[in-house]
Design a protein around this ligand. Structure first.
Ligand code: OAD
Length: 245
């Protein structure tokens, strides 16, 4: 393990372009439940009833109750050492435009990367603190916890929905384009705290590797990408990421 960390640290030091792809696991040490695996949300809740456009059309109140509950948990959580290490890595390497660059592509909607100080963030699955009006299409930030009324309404009277991507929906085009470009240009891709089972996000690993990037997986459990990886670090991200700096 120490050798792998040393080798990855060196690769990060030499890389002109670095991308980190994160998933729910990076926020696990902040006390936010993941989706799959032990204690995962999809063990106790059904995605079809809570995270699809059809579910929302059928019962907006139920869907909002679930998001309101998650917003409550997230509002009590703090960024952990893993989030902070990625923000520090960005500060050292530089953001989007420098000679070296670092892009953080996240599937998470919790906003903990923002709060930890990361700046060049691509949010593939939206943001739980954003709302979008089904009537007029306006988007807004909404940090009210708990929400009142439920479901929340826009000033125009229209129903607001969470600003997240649901099953069956496309990823935001701009975000996906940025993620693909950054991954295609990366020399090192860190895949952190994701089961790598949800596409197209997980496909960024193949895109990066196809263009020559080295691939590191940071996850206490095996993932389907492990066989492709140059380094597999099977430990919590809050422990490994600070050691890479
Ligand atoms: P998952 O819940 O599928 O996977 C979480 C991963 O984190 C698992 O592989 C765990 O082993 C790992 N993990 C747990 N604790 C960890 C720790 N301390 N450090 C590092 N890794 C840890 O979450 P995602 O891969 O993010 O989509 O799921 C992808 C998407 O599926 C989510 O964005 C969400 C979900 O349905 C939407 O809501 C659209």
């Amino acid at each position: 393990m120490a050798d792998a960390i040393q080798a990855l640290r060196q690769a990060l030091g030499e890389a002109g372009s670095i991308v980190a792809l994160t998933g729910a696991g990076i926020s696990a040490e902040s006390g936010i439940p993941t989706f799959r695996g032990q204690g995962g949300l999809w063990r106790n809740f059904s995605p079809e009833k809570l995270a699809t456009p059809e579910a929302f059309a059928g019962n907006p109140r139920l869907v909002w109750e679930w998001y309101d509950w998650r917003r409550g948990i997230i509002s009590q959580a703090q960024p952990n050492a893993g989030h902070r290490a990625l923000a520090e890595l960005e500060r050292r390497v530089g953001g989007e435009d420098g000679e070296r660059n670092f892009t953080l592509v996240t599937q998470n909607v919790d906003g903990l990367h923002d709060r930890a100080g990361s700046r060049n963030i691509v949010k593939l699955h939206g943001d739980i603190w954003e709302v979008r009006c089904l009537g007029c299409g306006a988007t807004a930030r909404n940090e009210q916890v708990p929400l009142d009324p439920l479901p929340p309404r826009c000033n125009c009277g229209g129903l607001l929905r969470p600003g997240v991507v649901w099953f069956g929906e496309s990823l935001p085009e701009l975000a996906w384009g940025r993620a693909c470009r950054a991954s295609g240009a990366a020399q090192v891709l860190l895949v952190i705290g994701t089961s790598a089972t949800v596409y197209p996000a997980a496909g960024l690993a193949q895109i990066a590797q196809g263009e020559g990037a080295k691939l590191a997986i940071i996850n206490p459990e095996p993932t389907p990408l492990d066989g492709l990886a140059d380094w597999v670090l099977r430990q919590p991200s809050g422990e490994i990421l600070p050691r890479l700096l």
